[in-house]
Design a protein around this ligand. Structure first.
Ligand code: KG4
Ligand code: ZN
Length: 340
């Protein structure tokens, strides 16, 4: 079964074709980073308009690279939430219309289920059950995963998502967007020990997190500093350390509580080398296994949507004549493939 995946939930147009026999056949991504850079964050209206411009040429490109004609596609999966309403509507409308024209089924996919299943695109895939740490620009969650579609959120951020905290910190320091890659790059030049930022909520029981206070800490430190380039790097270092430490403490606690032997990390922030190294060390120490996607599949992409959609389409799930988008949608509400 070949599935065309369409991702347009935020600022990346991602298209891919995944085959259940041959794996990923082709994929393409157009990032709108340059478009939003001047604003220090994503402007929803600009994002929607740009998806409209990019989506058809990207689908044509991927179809040609995979050597596929319309009749070769057995199903279409598009991100139907959570995300920006206008952006989601572009992918959903194009996906549903193409499916109608090509006489194949289509399905709306939960964006975070796409992220969660992204490690399945690699050679060494995690077996169920496992604990997943999902860290993106919009979400920070610890998820107890029993099987596809059986997710229990056991911890989450009460305010800013981790990626959002990276982005806001970068903005305060006058660095570019998105903040994650710039902060982690700059942190290499930072001096260990000059600043120590708090590890929010680690002294309280439970698995919930909070990252908005760190932002204030960064702002105060920066405002009262000498504002040199070295200070910027030192703050980037201290910020990243605080975030990574906090996530590692919460993961350790969640692994202990759930007794899972496997940890999966996914979402844009899972591309962070410091986070990967810290969690790898943690799992090694406790004789557990860790899985994460390659960096290009940590951030938004069409391949993860094609893969997640395939699981549901092959179980007989599909859209009716219409389609809907769900900008706010909890992972907890999903059901196993073919359930409804
Ligand atoms: O998963 P994603 O592409 O989009 C959402 O679903 O939100 O995640 C984007 C987020 C951004 O906040 C970005 O700053 C962050 O992932 N990010 C990183 C890194 N690469 C991307 N954060 C930390 N370190 C990175 N290397
Ligand atoms: Zn995402």
């Amino acid at each position: 079964m070949k599935v065309l995946g369409i991702e347009t939930s935020c600022d990346e147009t991602g298209i891919a074709i995944y085959d259940d026999q041959q794996g990923l056949l082709a994929e393409a991504l157009y990032s709108q980073i340059a478009l939003h850079a001047d604003y220090g964050g994503v402007v929803p209206e600009l994002a929607s308009r740009d998806h409209v411009r990019r989506i058809i040429p990207l689908i044509q490109q991927v179809m040609s690279e995979a050597d596929c004609q319309s009749g070769d596609i057995d199903g279409i999966a598009y991100t139907s939430g959570p995300g920006l309403m206008g952006a989601l509507m572009v992918g959903a409308a194009v996906g549903r219309s193409l499916a109608w024209t090509w006489k194949c089924p289509s399905i709306g996919v939960h964006h975070m289920e796409g992220h969660l299943l992204a490690p399945m695109l690699e050679d060494n895939i995690p077996q169920f059950p496992f604990l997943a740490l999902l860290v993106s620009g919009g979400h920070t969650m610890l998820v107890d995963v029993s099987a596809i579609g059986q997710y229990k959120i056991i911890g989450e951020s009460l305010d800013d998502a981790v990626g959002e905290a990276f982005d806001k910190t970068a903005k305060m320091l006058g660095l570019g967007y998105p903040g994650g890659p710039v902060i982690s790059e700059l942190a290499h030049k930072g001096m260990a020990g000059r600043y120590k930022f708090p590890r929010p909520m680690v002294n309280r029981p439970g698995l919930d997190m909070s990252f908005s206070g760190l932002k204030t800490f960064v702002l105060n430190t920066w405002t009262e500093s000498d504002k040199t380039e070295q200070t910027k790097a030192d703050i980037a270092y201290a910020f990243q350390e605080a975030v990574v430490d906090t996530l590692a403490i919460k993961c350790k606690r969640a692994l202990k509580e759930t007794n899972h032997k496997r940890l999966v990390i996914a979402g844009g922030v899972s591309a962070n080398q410091c986070l990967r190294a810290r969690l790898t060390e943690l799992t090694k120490k406790n004789s557990l296994d860790i899985f994460y996607p390659k960096p290009q599949f940590c951030t938004d992409n069409g391949a993860m949507i094609a893969y997640a959609g395939l699981q549901r389409l092959s179980a007989g799930e599909h859209d009716g004549n219409g389609f809907s988008t769900t900008p706010r949608w909890s992972l907890d509400n999903l059901t196993p493939p073919g359930f409804n």
